[in-house]
Design a protein around this ligand. Structure first.
Ligand code: HEM
Length: 485
């Protein structure tokens, strides 16, 4: 590394340490919520019971120290206030902390809002074209997976989604093995920065600040560097190859959308190029890892519940080529919209998979909540199981029943509410959820039209009970050939 880069790292990391130290040392307000001393093994191995019992005893808001940091947990009666009062509880500040991105985000505060807008205006209006573009990626990859019979579903979903995102973000010309590898590494490494694999590391559990520094330096020197040095020159040539005058023609990819948006006098300069590359990296992080993990959940649950296969296959029957038996990309958007069974199956998987501390906000000042005052600069998490497994919202909440989302109570998988928060809630609810659920549908269909998923021993293992969505379950998945004829 050059001395300048070393200097930037040292300065950023010192700032990060100073901020963490200052946050930890600040005195708590007098009427702070009760601080619960939770045994570490309960918090990591049995988080649902541990947090629910603590809230039952001391609720509705408690403070718990996790990995050395004091966090606040609220029950379902206060979730809405936390997730929707943006003045008091900041999404951006929380993300900056969770991603250990504070030094960077302090300089580029519009980062999260710009990615949000990018998805809302650069992706969502083009979804039906995008589905037809990326559907063949899923069909091709499913065919390869079915040939192997025994599949690492996470690896399979991760590389399919990475390839689909390359087509969507950069364009089909970028889809090659080298770029896919870089995108997979970026998605995995940035996901790692959120601490999702921290629970399995001794350093991460006991020395979180050192862990964050080591992880950031490692990721910056590997996948982030590869992203800039391998994909960077291709993007640079692309954005410099022509003028970007809004209104000239429609953007064919997210990169082109951003080029039109950031061009000055029709040209992209070096600073705009760096900004575009950073936004695209953020988009890759947001779009690949989580979706791949949920795909594993959905396929595993289908394998565990073969009684649903008939209805799931019937929905796609008319969209399968009668000769090749491939899922047909033309009009796949229409099929996606009408697939009530698969949609409710996905919704039920996302409701029941057992997340605990999935979404959070950060206090922007000393904030009054209920009868307590929460100190400035702390993370506040609604306990998701009290929402998703709450009998007041979902009768017989632990029973897996996709049919509960049919008929009068019909709710699409993407519809957030205060009783369903896998995609978050409020102003910052996931803007990519329609794309995510549609990708999951295309991947599931590409598999089940040609194979029946089965889990060896009819079982899977949850790897990290505290990070159920982000760290996918493990199991040996077998794809047994199936034919409609
Ligand atoms: C099944 C897959 C996915 C899940 C479970 C998921 C879940 C979430 C959650 C929980 C949040 C935070 C919301 C909050 O705190 O209220 C979020 C934010 C976000 N998600 Fe997703 N997401 C998924 C896929 C995607 C995809 C495919 C994209 C991009 C196309 C995407 C883009 C984003 C962005 C940009 C944010 C930041 C919030 C914002 O800018 O508004 N997500 N997601």
């Amino acid at each position: 590394m050059s001395p300048t880069i070393n200097y930037v790292y040292a300065a950023s990391l010192s700032l990060l340490l100073a901020i963490r130290y200052a946050v930890r040392r600040r005195k708590l307000p007098e009427n702070h919520p009760p601080i619960v001393d939770m045994p570490v093994h309960e918090m990591f191995n049995n988080p649902r019971e541990a947090y629910e019992n603590a809230l039952k005893e001391h609720g509705p808001v408690i403070a718990v120290r996790r990995k050395g940091i004091l966090e606040f947990i609220v029950d379902e009666s206060l979730s809405q206030a936390v997730l929707t009062s943006d003045q008091s509880f900041s999404f951006e500040e929380a993300m900056a902390q969770v991603l250990n991105l504070r030094p960077y985000v302090s300089f580029f505060w519009s980062f999260f809002a710009e990615i949000d807008q990018l998805v809302q205006t650069g992706i969502n209006p083009r979804l039906s074209t995008i589905f037809e573009q990326i559907c063949p990626v899923f069909v091709r990859n499913a065919d390869k997976a079915i040939e192997h019979r025994t599949v690492d579903m996470f690896e399979e979903a991760h590389s399919s989604i990475a390839e689909a995102m390359i087509v969507l973000i950069f364009g089909e010309g970028y889809s090659n093995e080298r770029n896919i590898k870089v995108v997979i590494e970026v998605a995995t490494d940035i996901a790692g920065l959120t601490g999702m694999y921290q629970n399995s590391s001794t350093l991460g559990r006991h020395f979180p600040t050192i862990w964050a520094i080591v992880t950031w330096v490692k990721v910056s020197c590997t996948s982030i560097r590869a992203f800039f040095s391998i994909i960077g020159p291709q993007v640079w040539r692309h954005v410099r190859s022509r003028k970007w005058v809004p209104g000239d023609e429609k953007p064919a990819s997210v990169l082109e959308y951003l080029s039109y948006k950031h061009a000055k006098n029709g040209r992209i300069g070096f600073t705009s190029f760096l900004w575009i590359m950073s936004l695209l990296q953020g988009l890759i992080f947001a779009s690949v890892h989580q979706t791949a993990s949920v795909v594993v959940w959905v396929i595993f649950e289908i394998a565990m519940r073969p009684e649903y296969l008939k209805a799931l296959r019937e929905e796609v029957y008319n969209h399968v080529d009668p000769i090749t038996h491939d899922l047909d990309p033309s009009n796949v958007g229409d099929a996606i919209q009408k697939a009530v069974w698969l949609d409710s199956f996905i919704r039920e998987v996302m409701r029941t998979k057992g997340d605990t501390l999935a979404i959070c906000r950060m206090t922007t000042g000393d904030i009054n909540l209920g009868k307590y005052t929460l100190p400035k600069g702390h993370l506040v998490f609604p306990l998701a199981t009290l929402t998703h497994l709450n009998p007041a919202y979902h009768p017989e909440p632990t029973v897996f029943r996709p049919e509960r989302w049919h008929g009068e109570n019909a709710r699409p998988a993407v519809m957030s509410s205060i009783s369903y928060i896998p995609f978050g809630f409020g102003r910052w609810a996931c803007p990519g959820r329609i794309l995510a659920v549609s990708e999951i549908k295309m991947i599931v269909w590409s598999i089940i039209v040609k194979a029946t998923p089965r889990l060896e021993g009819n079982e899977y293992k949850i790897v990290d009970p505290l990070n159920v969505t982000s760290v996918p379950p493990e199991g040996v998945l077998i794809l047994e050939p199936f034919s409609f004829s």
